[in-house]
Design a protein around this ligand. Structure first.
Ligand SMILES: NC(=O)c1ccc[n+]([C@@H]2O[C@H](COP(=O)([O-])OP(=O)(O)OC[C@H]3O[C@@H](n4cnc5c(N)ncnc54)[C@H](O)[C@@H]3O)[C@@H](O)[C@H]2O)c1
Length: 342
């Protein structure tokens, strides 16, 4: 019997890809997104068009609701109507840098909205709650690679602080109401239909328009770039792997990433941190064009390096992200030219 899957942020980059993949598996999906204007709404609309086209061509069960996580009554109504078995929370105010300009957007969506959603998961007894956290929670940590077992108590942006708060709130609901909760610390996700506020999209646009690209910390940065298809593969596998209580959990020496309750935190990265300048070279090669480089100092809220230890995810689901940057960038550039230039 197919399950009902509720996906928030379904017009967003990751949510869109998740819906598409789930369509291929004939799952019943209800999507929610407030279609906010943080970045070009046309891109969100195009993603939705793509989903609508695909689902109607296959006669799939797909409902999209334009609505906000902050709207408790709407969430209650939707959970009562659809009674989802599985919930993916991908809706959030994303972006590290924007959290210095508009902090309340982060509190409203990522804290108030997140809690509203968990309340519904509790009330309607959801079987599996999977939510987006972020590699940003590692904040000022300098021990590389980042492990889920490391303490993450020193965030350097409000965005990161809200994601860490999500992990804590989820643990509380997991403990109080036995809701299996899995938090995914995504590491710099890129690929087709990506986010215009992130480096791959911003750099590609500027390079093609002969405009300079801003390179922070004089280029001394690295990121664990993770290809979207790998992220989706992880989430698909997690549908049938709800978090379980950790039988080896020791209360007087507690693991930060598991619990006596059904709760799990997982890094979803490529375990291969790439230097920003190497990333730019790969993009230049694929675009067959040199970037005009504008070197700038480090930005407040940013971190110099992200790098994921992915042993936990490999152990849990038998898969770890592995798409090479060359292949990922090739797919991304192909989509970019097709979507923006044709
Ligand atoms: N893309 C990455 O590299 C990355 C890295 C780490 C974590 N994440 C997290 O993964 C999740 C998905 O990221 P993404 O890249 O797809 O971002 P995205 O901005 O493309 O998608 C998020 C979607 O949520 C919607 N949304 C925002 N607030 C909402 C609200 N209050 N109610 C309803 N809808 C709302 C937005 O309109 C957007 O379409 C986010 O939680 C993000 O913080 C992403």
């Amino acid at each position: 019997m197919s399950r009902k899957i509720f996906i928030t942020g379904s017009a967003g980059f990751i949510g869109f890809h998740l819906c598409k993949k789930l369509f291929e598996r004939n799952e019943q999906i209800v999507g929610l997104d407030n279609m906010n204007t943080y970045y070009d709404v046309k891109l969100k609309e195009s993603r939705l068009e793509e989903l609508n086209l695909y689902s109607s061509s296959k006669d799939l069960e797909w409902e999209f609701i334009k609505g906000d996580l902050e709207d408790k009554d709407l969430l209650n109504y939707l959970f009562n109507k659809y009674k989802p078995d599985i919930v993916f929370n991908l809706a959030a105010q994303a972006g590290v840098r924007y959290s210095l300009q508009n902090p309340s957007a982060y509190i409203n969506s990522n804290i108030v909205g997140f809690n509203n959603l968990l309340e519904c998961c509790h009330r309607y007894q959801v079987e599996n709650f999977i939510f987006a956290s972020s590699s940003s929670v590692y904040g000022g940590n300098i021990k590389i690679p980042f492990s889920e077992k490391d303490p993450v108590d020193h965030p350097v942006s409000l965005y990161a602080a809200t994601k860490k708060a999500n992990e804590l709130i989820a643990h509380t609901y997991s403990h109080l109401y036995n809701i299996p909760c899995t938090g995914l610390r995504f590491f710099t996700v890129y690929g087709p239909w990506g986010r215009p506020d992130m480096a791959p999209m911003m750099f590609t646009k500027s390079i093609l328009e002969n405009k300079p690209i801003d390179i922070y910390n004089q280029g001394h940065m690295s990121r664990d770039f993770t290809y979207i298809d790998d992220i989706i593969e992880v989430m698909i596998r997690l549908i049938d792997k709800p978090a379980k209580p950790d039988k080896t959990f020791i209360r007087d020496n507690p693991n930060p990433d598991t619990s006596w309750a059904p709760y799990k935190i997982l890094n979803i990265g490529n375990s291969n941190s790439i230097n920003l300048m190497d990333f730019i070279t790969t993009l230049e090669t694929e675009l067959n064009k040199k970037a005009i480089k504008n070197f700038l100092p480090m930005q407040p809220g940013d971190v110099k390096i992200t790098s994921a230890n992915t042993n936990s995810i490999a152990e849990w689901i038998g898969f770890r992200p592995n798409t090479s940057l060359d292949k990922g960038i090739q797919e991304f550039v192909r989509w970019y030219k097709d979507y923006y230039l044709d």
